[in-house]
Write a protein that binds this ligand. Structure first.
Ligand code: F0G
Length: 410
Protein backbone atom coordinates (compact mmCIF):
# COMPACT_ATOMS: atom_id res chain seq x y z
CA UNK A 1 0.00 0.00 0.00
CA UNK A 2 1.17 3.54 -0.77
CA UNK A 3 1.75 5.97 2.09
CA UNK A 4 -1.73 7.42 1.52
CA UNK A 5 -4.47 6.29 -0.83
CA UNK A 6 -7.97 7.52 -1.60
CA UNK A 7 -10.49 4.69 -1.92
CA UNK A 8 -14.23 4.09 -2.10
CA UNK A 9 -15.68 3.03 1.27
CA UNK A 10 -17.86 0.38 -0.43
CA UNK A 11 -16.09 -1.12 -3.44
CA UNK A 12 -12.53 -0.15 -2.46
CA UNK A 13 -11.69 1.34 -5.89
CA UNK A 14 -8.60 3.56 -5.69
CA UNK A 15 -8.89 7.15 -6.93
CA UNK A 16 -6.31 9.66 -8.13
CA UNK A 17 -5.59 12.09 -5.27
CA UNK A 18 -4.28 14.74 -7.65
CA UNK A 19 -7.76 15.47 -8.99
CA UNK A 20 -10.90 16.77 -7.20
CA UNK A 21 -13.18 13.84 -6.27
CA UNK A 22 -16.00 13.47 -3.75
CA UNK A 23 -17.63 10.18 -4.76
CA UNK A 24 -16.56 6.86 -6.25
CA UNK A 25 -16.36 6.94 -10.04
CA UNK A 26 -17.65 3.32 -10.17
CA UNK A 27 -20.41 3.06 -7.57
CA UNK A 28 -21.02 6.64 -6.36
CA UNK A 29 -20.26 5.94 -2.70
CA UNK A 30 -18.19 8.12 -0.38
CA UNK A 31 -14.40 8.28 -0.63
CA UNK A 32 -11.94 8.06 2.22
CA UNK A 33 -8.22 8.39 2.60
CA UNK A 34 -6.32 5.50 4.14
CA UNK A 35 -2.85 5.65 5.53
CA UNK A 36 -0.48 2.77 5.94
CA UNK A 37 0.37 2.50 9.64
CA UNK A 38 3.62 0.64 8.87
CA UNK A 39 5.08 3.47 6.79
CA UNK A 40 3.20 6.42 8.27
CA UNK A 41 5.81 7.29 10.84
CA UNK A 42 8.80 6.77 8.53
CA UNK A 43 9.19 10.50 8.06
CA UNK A 44 9.19 11.44 11.73
CA UNK A 45 9.93 9.69 15.01
CA UNK A 46 7.26 9.44 17.69
CA UNK A 47 9.46 11.34 20.12
CA UNK A 48 10.05 14.19 17.65
CA UNK A 49 6.32 14.43 17.00
CA UNK A 50 5.64 14.50 20.75
CA UNK A 51 7.89 17.52 21.20
CA UNK A 52 5.86 19.71 18.84
CA UNK A 53 3.16 22.09 20.15
CA UNK A 54 -0.42 20.80 20.00
CA UNK A 55 -2.08 21.86 16.71
CA UNK A 56 -3.46 20.35 13.51
CA UNK A 57 -0.06 20.56 11.82
CA UNK A 58 1.71 18.87 14.71
CA UNK A 59 0.64 15.71 12.87
CA UNK A 60 1.76 16.86 9.43
CA UNK A 61 3.17 13.47 8.41
CA UNK A 62 -0.25 11.90 9.03
CA UNK A 63 -2.03 14.47 6.83
CA UNK A 64 -2.24 13.71 3.09
CA UNK A 65 -0.97 16.91 1.48
CA UNK A 66 2.30 17.13 -0.42
CA UNK A 67 5.45 17.69 1.66
CA UNK A 68 6.20 20.79 -0.41
CA UNK A 69 2.70 22.29 0.00
CA UNK A 70 2.89 25.13 2.53
CA UNK A 71 -0.05 24.83 4.96
CA UNK A 72 -2.61 27.63 4.76
CA UNK A 73 -2.89 27.99 8.50
CA UNK A 74 -4.15 30.25 11.25
CA UNK A 75 -2.87 28.00 14.07
CA UNK A 76 -5.98 25.89 14.29
CA UNK A 77 -6.36 22.99 16.68
CA UNK A 78 -4.47 22.82 19.97
CA UNK A 79 -7.81 23.36 21.69
CA UNK A 80 -8.27 22.78 25.44
CA UNK A 81 -9.45 19.53 26.98
CA UNK A 82 -11.11 20.85 30.12
CA UNK A 83 -11.66 18.68 33.18
CA UNK A 84 -15.16 19.74 34.26
CA UNK A 85 -15.16 19.24 38.02
CA UNK A 86 -18.10 21.54 38.84
CA UNK A 87 -20.37 20.04 36.20
CA UNK A 88 -19.10 16.61 37.20
CA UNK A 89 -19.93 17.02 40.86
CA UNK A 90 -23.35 18.51 40.03
CA UNK A 91 -24.23 15.37 38.04
CA UNK A 92 -22.05 12.83 39.84
CA UNK A 93 -19.56 12.26 37.03
CA UNK A 94 -15.92 12.31 38.16
CA UNK A 95 -14.08 12.03 34.88
CA UNK A 96 -15.85 14.44 32.56
CA UNK A 97 -13.72 16.33 30.01
CA UNK A 98 -14.90 18.84 27.43
CA UNK A 99 -12.87 19.27 24.25
CA UNK A 100 -13.74 22.87 23.43
CA UNK A 101 -13.25 23.31 19.70
CA UNK A 102 -15.05 26.65 19.84
CA UNK A 103 -11.61 28.16 20.53
CA UNK A 104 -10.46 27.61 16.94
CA UNK A 105 -9.68 30.72 14.81
CA UNK A 106 -13.21 31.13 13.42
CA UNK A 107 -14.89 29.61 16.48
CA UNK A 108 -15.64 26.05 15.38
CA UNK A 109 -14.06 22.67 14.61
CA UNK A 110 -14.47 23.37 10.90
CA UNK A 111 -11.11 25.16 10.89
CA UNK A 112 -9.33 21.83 11.41
CA UNK A 113 -10.79 20.50 8.17
CA UNK A 114 -10.53 23.77 6.32
CA UNK A 115 -6.80 24.34 6.87
CA UNK A 116 -6.19 20.96 5.23
CA UNK A 117 -8.93 21.35 2.59
CA UNK A 118 -7.73 24.78 1.49
CA UNK A 119 -4.10 23.66 1.45
CA UNK A 120 -5.24 20.84 -0.86
CA UNK A 121 -7.26 23.29 -3.01
CA UNK A 122 -4.08 25.32 -3.58
CA UNK A 123 -2.12 22.16 -4.34
CA UNK A 124 -4.73 21.20 -6.97
CA UNK A 125 -4.50 24.66 -8.51
CA UNK A 126 -8.17 25.48 -7.84
CA UNK A 127 -9.16 29.13 -8.01
CA UNK A 128 -12.71 28.94 -6.66
CA UNK A 129 -14.05 27.08 -3.64
CA UNK A 130 -17.58 26.43 -2.43
CA UNK A 131 -19.77 24.81 0.21
CA UNK A 132 -23.34 24.52 1.40
CA UNK A 133 -23.62 25.31 5.07
CA UNK A 134 -25.74 25.69 8.15
CA UNK A 135 -23.25 28.46 9.03
CA UNK A 136 -19.95 27.30 10.48
CA UNK A 137 -18.54 25.70 7.35
CA UNK A 138 -19.27 28.87 5.39
CA UNK A 139 -17.62 31.06 8.06
CA UNK A 140 -14.52 28.89 8.12
CA UNK A 141 -14.27 28.43 4.35
CA UNK A 142 -14.67 32.17 3.77
CA UNK A 143 -11.84 32.93 6.22
CA UNK A 144 -9.39 30.37 4.84
CA UNK A 145 -10.24 31.21 1.22
CA UNK A 146 -9.54 34.86 2.03
CA UNK A 147 -6.17 33.94 3.51
CA UNK A 148 -5.34 31.77 0.49
CA UNK A 149 -6.51 34.34 -2.09
CA UNK A 150 -9.23 32.08 -3.50
CA UNK A 151 -12.70 33.07 -4.68
CA UNK A 152 -15.35 31.73 -2.29
CA UNK A 153 -19.03 30.99 -2.94
CA UNK A 154 -21.20 29.79 -0.03
CA UNK A 155 -24.80 28.58 -0.19
CA UNK A 156 -26.89 28.86 2.96
CA UNK A 157 -30.51 28.01 3.77
CA UNK A 158 -32.51 31.25 3.74
CA UNK A 159 -33.20 32.66 7.21
CA UNK A 160 -31.76 29.63 9.03
CA UNK A 161 -28.18 30.66 9.77
CA UNK A 162 -27.17 32.14 13.13
CA UNK A 163 -26.20 35.82 13.01
CA UNK A 164 -22.54 35.48 14.02
CA UNK A 165 -21.84 32.90 11.32
CA UNK A 166 -23.51 35.01 8.64
CA UNK A 167 -21.48 38.04 9.74
CA UNK A 168 -18.26 36.01 9.43
CA UNK A 169 -18.96 34.75 5.90
CA UNK A 170 -19.84 38.27 4.75
CA UNK A 171 -16.84 39.95 6.42
CA UNK A 172 -14.37 37.48 4.95
CA UNK A 173 -15.53 38.44 1.47
CA UNK A 174 -17.41 35.34 0.31
CA UNK A 175 -20.23 35.55 -2.20
CA UNK A 176 -23.07 34.56 0.13
CA UNK A 177 -26.02 32.97 -1.65
CA UNK A 178 -29.28 32.37 0.19
CA UNK A 179 -31.16 29.30 -1.06
CA UNK A 180 -34.95 29.15 -0.86
CA UNK A 181 -34.80 25.79 0.84
CA UNK A 182 -32.96 23.88 3.56
CA UNK A 183 -29.33 22.76 3.98
CA UNK A 184 -29.92 19.45 2.20
CA UNK A 185 -31.22 21.27 -0.90
CA UNK A 186 -28.31 23.73 -0.80
CA UNK A 187 -25.81 20.83 -0.72
CA UNK A 188 -27.58 19.23 -3.65
CA UNK A 189 -27.10 22.39 -5.73
CA UNK A 190 -23.42 22.60 -4.72
CA UNK A 191 -22.70 18.98 -5.68
CA UNK A 192 -24.51 19.23 -9.01
CA UNK A 193 -22.98 22.54 -10.10
CA UNK A 194 -19.39 22.35 -8.84
CA UNK A 195 -17.77 20.79 -11.90
CA UNK A 196 -19.53 23.02 -14.39
CA UNK A 197 -18.68 26.15 -12.42
CA UNK A 198 -15.07 25.15 -11.65
CA UNK A 199 -15.63 25.09 -7.90
CA UNK A 200 -13.77 22.87 -5.42
CA UNK A 201 -16.30 21.54 -2.86
CA UNK A 202 -15.27 21.84 0.78
CA UNK A 203 -18.19 20.20 2.48
CA UNK A 204 -17.33 17.16 4.59
CA UNK A 205 -17.91 14.83 1.59
CA UNK A 206 -14.45 16.07 0.65
CA UNK A 207 -12.17 13.47 2.24
CA UNK A 208 -9.41 16.01 2.91
CA UNK A 209 -11.71 17.85 5.32
CA UNK A 210 -12.00 14.67 7.39
CA UNK A 211 -8.20 14.35 7.42
CA UNK A 212 -7.93 17.70 9.19
CA UNK A 213 -10.77 16.99 11.59
CA UNK A 214 -9.35 13.63 12.71
CA UNK A 215 -6.52 15.55 14.45
CA UNK A 216 -8.94 16.44 17.28
CA UNK A 217 -8.91 12.76 18.28
CA UNK A 218 -5.10 12.66 18.07
CA UNK A 219 -5.00 15.70 20.36
CA UNK A 220 -7.30 14.10 22.93
CA UNK A 221 -5.02 11.05 23.13
CA UNK A 222 -2.00 13.30 23.56
CA UNK A 223 -3.81 15.37 26.19
CA UNK A 224 -4.72 12.16 28.06
CA UNK A 225 -1.07 11.03 28.01
CA UNK A 226 -1.41 8.36 25.35
CA UNK A 227 -4.78 6.94 26.35
CA UNK A 228 -8.28 7.15 24.89
CA UNK A 229 -11.42 7.92 26.89
CA UNK A 230 -14.01 5.18 27.42
CA UNK A 231 -16.81 7.25 25.87
CA UNK A 232 -16.87 10.02 23.30
CA UNK A 233 -20.09 12.01 23.06
CA UNK A 234 -20.39 14.09 19.89
CA UNK A 235 -23.14 16.00 18.04
CA UNK A 236 -24.05 14.58 14.63
CA UNK A 237 -25.36 16.63 11.71
CA UNK A 238 -24.00 15.70 8.32
CA UNK A 239 -21.97 12.94 9.96
CA UNK A 240 -18.47 14.03 8.96
CA UNK A 241 -17.01 14.92 12.33
CA UNK A 242 -18.02 11.76 14.19
CA UNK A 243 -16.48 9.67 11.38
CA UNK A 244 -13.34 11.85 11.53
CA UNK A 245 -12.94 11.29 15.28
CA UNK A 246 -13.25 7.53 14.94
CA UNK A 247 -10.69 7.55 12.11
CA UNK A 248 -8.32 9.58 14.31
CA UNK A 249 -8.60 7.27 17.31
CA UNK A 250 -8.28 4.12 15.17
CA UNK A 251 -5.19 5.46 13.37
CA UNK A 252 -3.51 6.56 16.58
CA UNK A 253 -4.11 3.14 18.07
CA UNK A 254 -2.76 1.36 14.97
CA UNK A 255 0.35 3.57 15.20
CA UNK A 256 0.86 2.64 18.84
CA UNK A 257 0.31 6.23 19.97
CA UNK A 258 -2.68 5.50 22.20
CA UNK A 259 -4.10 2.54 24.05
CA UNK A 260 -7.75 1.57 23.80
CA UNK A 261 -10.56 3.02 21.72
CA UNK A 262 -13.62 4.97 22.85
CA UNK A 263 -17.22 4.03 22.35
CA UNK A 264 -18.79 6.73 20.17
CA UNK A 265 -22.17 8.07 21.23
CA UNK A 266 -23.57 10.27 18.45
CA UNK A 267 -26.15 12.83 19.56
CA UNK A 268 -28.80 14.30 17.28
CA UNK A 269 -31.57 16.81 17.95
CA UNK A 270 -35.01 15.18 18.10
CA UNK A 271 -36.30 17.16 15.11
CA UNK A 272 -33.33 16.23 12.88
CA UNK A 273 -32.43 12.69 13.83
CA UNK A 274 -32.37 10.31 10.82
CA UNK A 275 -29.18 8.58 12.04
CA UNK A 276 -30.44 8.07 15.61
CA UNK A 277 -33.59 6.62 14.06
CA UNK A 278 -31.54 3.99 12.24
CA UNK A 279 -30.16 2.85 15.59
CA UNK A 280 -33.51 2.82 17.39
CA UNK A 281 -35.37 1.03 14.58
CA UNK A 282 -32.51 -1.22 13.42
CA UNK A 283 -32.86 -0.24 9.74
CA UNK A 284 -29.84 -0.50 7.48
CA UNK A 285 -30.54 2.47 5.21
CA UNK A 286 -31.17 6.10 5.96
CA UNK A 287 -34.64 7.53 5.73
CA UNK A 288 -34.23 11.30 5.31
CA UNK A 289 -36.23 13.73 7.45
CA UNK A 290 -37.97 16.10 5.05
CA UNK A 291 -38.40 19.13 7.29
CA UNK A 292 -35.61 18.99 9.88
CA UNK A 293 -36.07 21.41 12.75
CA UNK A 294 -34.15 22.22 15.94
CA UNK A 295 -32.95 25.21 17.93
CA UNK A 296 -29.42 23.92 17.20
CA UNK A 297 -29.41 25.32 13.65
CA UNK A 298 -25.90 23.93 12.98
CA UNK A 299 -27.28 20.38 12.99
CA UNK A 300 -30.62 21.08 11.31
CA UNK A 301 -29.94 18.44 8.66
CA UNK A 302 -32.40 15.82 7.40
CA UNK A 303 -30.33 13.94 4.81
CA UNK A 304 -26.78 13.57 6.16
CA UNK A 305 -24.36 13.12 3.26
CA UNK A 306 -21.89 11.12 5.38
CA UNK A 307 -24.39 8.78 6.99
CA UNK A 308 -22.67 5.63 5.76
CA UNK A 309 -19.33 6.69 7.19
CA UNK A 310 -20.71 7.74 10.55
CA UNK A 311 -22.99 4.74 11.03
CA UNK A 312 -20.04 2.47 10.25
CA UNK A 313 -17.82 4.39 12.70
CA UNK A 314 -20.35 4.34 15.53
CA UNK A 315 -21.04 0.63 15.03
CA UNK A 316 -17.34 -0.28 14.85
CA UNK A 317 -16.84 1.53 18.15
CA UNK A 318 -19.65 -0.44 19.75
CA UNK A 319 -21.60 2.78 20.35
CA UNK A 320 -24.96 4.15 19.29
CA UNK A 321 -26.73 7.30 18.15
CA UNK A 322 -29.56 8.83 20.14
CA UNK A 323 -31.55 12.03 20.49
CA UNK A 324 -32.00 14.96 22.84
CA UNK A 325 -34.78 17.56 22.90
CA UNK A 326 -34.27 21.27 22.22
CA UNK A 327 -35.04 21.91 25.87
CA UNK A 328 -32.31 19.51 26.95
CA UNK A 329 -29.85 21.19 24.57
CA UNK A 330 -30.60 24.68 25.91
CA UNK A 331 -30.37 23.53 29.50
CA UNK A 332 -26.99 21.85 28.85
CA UNK A 333 -25.80 25.02 27.10
CA UNK A 334 -26.59 27.01 30.25
CA UNK A 335 -24.92 24.51 32.57
CA UNK A 336 -21.72 24.56 30.52
CA UNK A 337 -21.63 28.34 30.55
CA UNK A 338 -22.58 28.83 34.20
CA UNK A 339 -20.68 26.02 35.86
CA UNK A 340 -17.57 25.79 33.70
CA UNK A 341 -17.19 29.09 31.84
CA UNK A 342 -17.57 27.32 28.51
CA UNK A 343 -19.83 29.24 26.15
CA UNK A 344 -20.92 26.84 23.43
CA UNK A 345 -23.49 27.34 20.70
CA UNK A 346 -26.54 25.03 21.01
CA UNK A 347 -25.09 22.29 18.75
CA UNK A 348 -21.92 22.51 20.82
CA UNK A 349 -23.94 21.65 23.93
CA UNK A 350 -25.91 18.78 22.40
CA UNK A 351 -23.30 16.19 23.40
CA UNK A 352 -23.47 17.27 27.04
CA UNK A 353 -27.25 17.00 26.86
CA UNK A 354 -26.74 13.43 25.65
CA UNK A 355 -24.41 12.66 28.56
CA UNK A 356 -26.86 14.01 31.13
CA UNK A 357 -29.72 12.06 29.57
CA UNK A 358 -27.72 8.82 29.53
CA UNK A 359 -26.69 9.34 33.17
CA UNK A 360 -30.32 9.81 34.15
CA UNK A 361 -31.42 6.75 32.15
CA UNK A 362 -28.65 4.61 33.64
CA UNK A 363 -27.06 4.17 30.19
CA UNK A 364 -23.83 5.75 31.43
CA UNK A 365 -22.00 4.79 34.60
CA UNK A 366 -20.93 7.67 36.90
CA UNK A 367 -17.38 6.26 37.14
CA UNK A 368 -16.83 6.37 33.36
CA UNK A 369 -14.11 8.41 31.67
CA UNK A 370 -16.05 10.62 29.28
CA UNK A 371 -14.99 13.18 26.69
CA UNK A 372 -17.68 15.55 25.47
CA UNK A 373 -17.09 17.32 22.16
CA UNK A 374 -18.16 20.94 22.10
CA UNK A 375 -18.00 21.97 18.47
CA UNK A 376 -18.72 25.69 18.24
CA UNK A 377 -18.56 28.94 20.23
CA UNK A 378 -21.67 30.49 21.81
CA UNK A 379 -20.99 33.91 20.30
CA UNK A 380 -21.93 32.40 16.94
CA UNK A 381 -25.57 32.52 17.94
CA UNK A 382 -26.14 35.59 20.14
CA UNK A 383 -29.91 35.58 19.54
CA UNK A 384 -30.38 32.23 21.26
CA UNK A 385 -28.12 33.18 24.16
CA UNK A 386 -29.93 36.46 24.82
CA UNK A 387 -33.38 34.92 24.51
CA UNK A 388 -32.44 32.28 27.11
CA UNK A 389 -31.01 34.68 29.70
CA UNK A 390 -32.47 37.18 32.14
CA UNK A 391 -32.18 40.73 30.89
CA UNK A 392 -29.81 43.30 32.45
CA UNK A 393 -31.47 45.41 35.15
CA UNK A 394 -31.35 49.18 34.84
CA UNK A 395 -30.73 51.39 37.88
CA UNK A 396 -29.80 54.99 38.70
CA UNK A 397 -26.01 55.52 38.80
CA UNK A 398 -25.76 55.46 42.63
CA UNK A 399 -24.25 53.18 45.28
CA UNK A 400 -27.60 52.99 47.07
CA UNK A 401 -29.40 51.81 43.98
CA UNK A 402 -26.76 49.14 43.35
CA UNK A 403 -26.81 48.03 46.96
CA UNK A 404 -30.64 47.81 46.98
CA UNK A 405 -30.55 45.75 43.82
CA UNK A 406 -27.99 43.32 45.23
CA UNK A 407 -30.04 42.96 48.45
CA UNK A 408 -32.98 41.97 46.27
CA UNK A 409 -30.88 39.41 44.40
CA UNK A 410 -29.70 37.69 47.61
N1 F0G B 1 -21.63 21.18 15.64
C1 F0G B 1 -21.54 22.33 14.96
C2 F0G B 1 -21.31 23.59 15.72
C3 F0G B 1 -21.64 22.33 13.55
O1 F0G B 1 -21.53 23.47 12.88
C4 F0G B 1 -21.89 21.11 12.88
C5 F0G B 1 -22.04 21.06 11.42
C6 F0G B 1 -21.95 19.93 13.65
C7 F0G B 1 -21.83 20.01 15.03
C8 F0G B 1 -22.18 18.59 13.04
O2 F0G B 1 -21.04 18.11 12.40
O3 F0G B 1 -22.01 17.75 10.15
O4 F0G B 1 -19.80 16.81 10.75
O5 F0G B 1 -21.88 15.88 11.75
N2 F0G B 1 -22.11 22.07 10.67
C9 F0G B 1 -22.11 22.07 9.21
C10 F0G B 1 -22.02 23.47 8.68
C11 F0G B 1 -23.16 21.24 8.62
O6 F0G B 1 -22.47 23.71 7.55
O7 F0G B 1 -21.48 24.34 9.35
P1 F0G B 1 -21.19 17.06 11.19
Amino acid sequence: MAYFEMVCIECGKAHDMSRPAYACASCGNLLEIRLDPRTALDRVSKSDMRKRALSVWKYRELIPVGVSSPPISMFEGGTPLIHCTRLGSEYGLKHLYVKFDGTNPTGSFKDRGMTVGITKAKELGMKRVTCASTGNTSASLAAYAGRAGLECVVLIPEGQVALGKLAQAMMHGATVVSIKGNFDQALDVVMKSSEKLGMYVLNSVNPFRIEGQKTAAYEICDQLDGTSPEFLYIPVGNGGNSAAYWKGFAEFEALGLTSGLPMIRGIQAEGAAPIAKMFSSGTQTLEPVNRPDTVATAIRIGNPANWKKTVRAIKESGGKASTVSDQEILSAQKSLAKLEGIFAEPAGAAALAGILKDLEDGALDASSHVVCISTGHGLKDPDIAVSQSSKPRTIEPTIDALSALLEGVR
